[in-house]
Design a binder for this molecule. Sequence first.
Ligand SMILES: *Cc1c(COP(=O)(O)O)cnc(C)c1O
Length: 375
Amino acid sequence: MKEIRMVDLATQYQRIKTEVDAAIAEVLTSTQFIKGPQVKKFEDNLAKYLGAKHVIGCANGTDALQIAMMALDLQPGDEVITTSFTFLATVEVIALLKLKPVLVDVTADTFTMDIESLKKAITPKTKAIVPVHLFGQCADMEAIMDITKQYNLYVIEDNAQAIGADYTYANGTKQKAGVIGHIGTTSFFPSKNLGCYGDGGAVFTNDDALAERIRMVANHGQSKQYVHDIIGVNSRLDTIQAAVLDVKLQYLDEYAAKRLAVADVYDAAFANIAGVTTPARAHNSTHVFHQYTLQLDGMDRDIVRQKLQEKGVPSMIYYPIPVHKQKAYYNSMYTNEMFRSTNKLCETVLSLPIHTEMDAEQQTYIIESVKQSLK
Ligand SMILES: *Cc1c(COP(=O)(O)O)cnc(C)c1O
């Protein structure tokens, strides 16, 4: 049996090696490492895939969030609401820009922004909401957009984990994750669903004026060369990474289908096991399963992980400490009552290997190993 990994980028690369190597070689030959034609080509192809009017590449997913917030021209002290159960980058950029992060709870089943908690957190200082499409499915965007309209707020979707997921509105209309709010952001970190071979990220929007500001912010605030109208940053998507991504974009739907098939097998295997909850699927979103995350109740998770490790099955805890309990982001206004789901999830979640290259033999072995480790 092939070694089991959380993600198997090595096998995936072997399957697309000819195309990827040729794409990289083309960049090497041209030496247009910065702003080569592959960057625009990939931005255009991703825009087409997402149904977004504008896609602007940048250096990573954290920068994408920062650039999005800088483009909105928020003022110090403005409040930005996001979830406490997320990768920390989301909150970090809010604080870095001297905005005030306001953390809310997630739902107990889908792990995305809890609408009741969101409503309670809105104040006259609230300017933006950052829902995170955690683990591969969309937050309840229709409810979030309705609230946004009511209070005149911006929405930035942190779509680092759900690229390719489809959101369905109550009236049946569908949109891709990341193009529903005013701005969407993503990461092309190698292990993400659309990952490059280094760092990369992108910002999406359907708003022409915002797109122009986003491009300026990402490029030193320049309106034209050596003319700086606003404060910006230097954040670019490398040409080599864009060339790799343009190859991999063609496989994104196939990759999502493979992940979904793995999740379906896990769901069936772990249904009806006492103390084990399989991940819920939102009624209004497809799931691209960036992570497959079980909840383990009434057992020692560390011992389960240890036993799995001994059998050669890796597992991960995303995320062990919620943002509201991180020293850097602690705020005395937060109570445990406000984060009931988040606190519980941090103590019970366990993510299993899921990727595009999982074979039946590996998955059967993982399932048997999990069942034995629970005892
Ligand atoms: C990965 C990730 C990011 C940050 O992306 P980087 O490319 O690593 O900077 C931000 N938000 C979420 C939810 C992520 O999963």
